[in-house]
Design a protein around this ligand. Structure first.
Ligand SMILES: [Ca+2]
Ligand SMILES: [Ca+2]
Length: 414
């Protein structure tokens, strides 16, 4: 079965497939939602999407999860996957296993007010296989502040974490929304942290443009060179506001509203951040050290009228791609540049989605195309160790992106 014949006209693209009642039939719908040629008109898409073709499918990997918001791997050769559940659990899935087990449970520490608080991010140290260090980003009880903390895997059991927490950084949050959440090591070995603007509409305190604040920023810290026992990290000296330069030392780039998900291109090292917009524009940024990405002066390339007049675009780095709130689209979920070896997608294409519409998109050579419509609430994408892509449905499931015509699973060589 294909949905090709069921497609509405390009001007009335339905953002979601019909949602069947049972989980099983819902699985079926997403499984069979294979790629088709869909030339979205400029009216429907804001002129940002073109057509694309080639088979791509969702292959169910896990179901029955509780609000999963992320999936990643430890890059330790185990081929395990680690799933983050928003309430405060990390689960580990052995290679080939049917169900995961609990790796860490900090639900009693996690504030879950509103939709956007919770355990939001996880990353493993580049030398995890020898030092067992991993890092999380969560909103803490009781005040909802963002906590960046380090844990270690148990020395006795690689599938259980030692519950001892080392807090690195605490960032007060004025409101419950726009907590960012991503945390990931860059190719430079530093830890990058995404922070939203603190919440409410239109950044009421103008925090994203304030270099004295950590909100509305992407931070970069060095977790291998603690400053002191009470200050377990330092800021790299080439951070833009390091030392006597006015501004917080931890800032790497500024002007973000809610950069929920970012990733590094494994081949080029480029940092792709997807910044969730207010009411008009969703955007993808290539983030450079010291760059100002515009919020709240600009939402995408639109002047908000809130910044210094006139709105001077030259002072800010524009997104490499953006789209309007239309056809049910309202919140971008950043993904990954595909660098796998199975030929699932064109090498170098950036895969992302929209949480509200359920659509999965691909950005290639500056052109965005619709890869796959789904009925998911796409909370995140992820990579396995071999750089194949995963999709996370907040409603409880994780899928692999697969191409039926692509090569079979290669054995990893290390
Ligand atoms: Ca400084
Ligand atoms: Ca921007």
């Amino acid at each position: 079965m294909t949905y090709l014949g069921d497609l509405p006209s390009p001007n009335s693209v339905s953002p979601r497939l019909p949602v069947p009642s049972s989980p099983r039939s819902r699985f079926m719908v997403t499984m069979i939602a294979s790629l088709f040629i869909l030339a979205l008109s400029s009216r429907a898409s804001g002129g940002l999407f073109s057509s694309n073709q080639g088979p791509i499918q969702l292959q169910p990997l896990l179901a029955g999860l509780a609000k999963p918001v992320y999936v990643t791997h430890a890059d330790d050769g185990s081929r395990r996957l680690f799933i983050v559940e928003q309430d405060g659990r990390i689960k580990v899935l052995q290679d080939g296993a049917a169900s995961p087990t609990v790796f860490l449970d900090i639900t009693e520490k996690v504030s879950r007010g509103g939709n956007e608080q919770g355990l939001l991010g996880l990353t493993f140290h580049p030398q995890y296989s020898t030092n067992r260090r991993f890092f999380i980003n969560y909103t803490r009880r009781p005040d909802g502040a963002t906590a960046i903390s380090e844990f270690k895997a148990s020395p006795d059991d690689p599938n259980a974490a030692d519950p001892t927490e080392l807090n690195l950084l605490t960032i007060p949050q004025p409101f419950s929304t726009h907590n960012g959440g991503m945390i990931e090591f860059g190719p430079d070995g530093y830890l990058y942290i995404a922070n939203g603007d603190g919440g409410l509409a239109l950044d009421p305190f103008n925090l994203s443009q304030n270099i004295g604040e950590l909100l509305g920023k992407i931070l970069r810290i060095d977790v291998d060179r603690p400053e002191s026992p009470s200050m377990p990290y330092t800021s790299p000296q080439d951070n833009p506001f390091y030392g006597s330069t006015p501004g917080r030392d931890e800032i790497y780039a500024l002007g973000f509203r809610n950069p929920w998900r970012f990733s590094f291109d494994r081949a080029t090292g480029e940092l792709y951040a997807a910044d969730v917009g207010q009411g008009a524009r969703e955007e993808i940024d290539i983030v450079e050290r010291g760059g100002n990405y515009g919020w709240r002066v600009f939402e995408g390339t639109e002047c908000t009228g809130l910044g210094p007049a006139p709105c001077t675009a030259g002072n800010y780095i524009p997104p490499i791609a953006e789209y309007a709130h239309s056809s049910g689209r309202c919140s971008i979920t950043g993904g990954y540049v595909y660098r796998g070896v199975r030929g699932t997608l064109p090498l170098g294409s950036y895969v992302y989605g929209d949480y509200c519409s359920g659509e999965i998109f691909m950005l290639k050579d500056g052109v965005s195309s619709l890869l796959l419509p789904t009925n998911m609430s796409i909370s995140s994408f992820g990579e396995d160790e071999a750089a194949e892509l995963l999709v996370v449905d907040l409603d409880g499931a994780i899928y692999r992106l697969v191409s039926p015509g692509a090569s079979s699973i290669p054995r990893r060589t290390r």
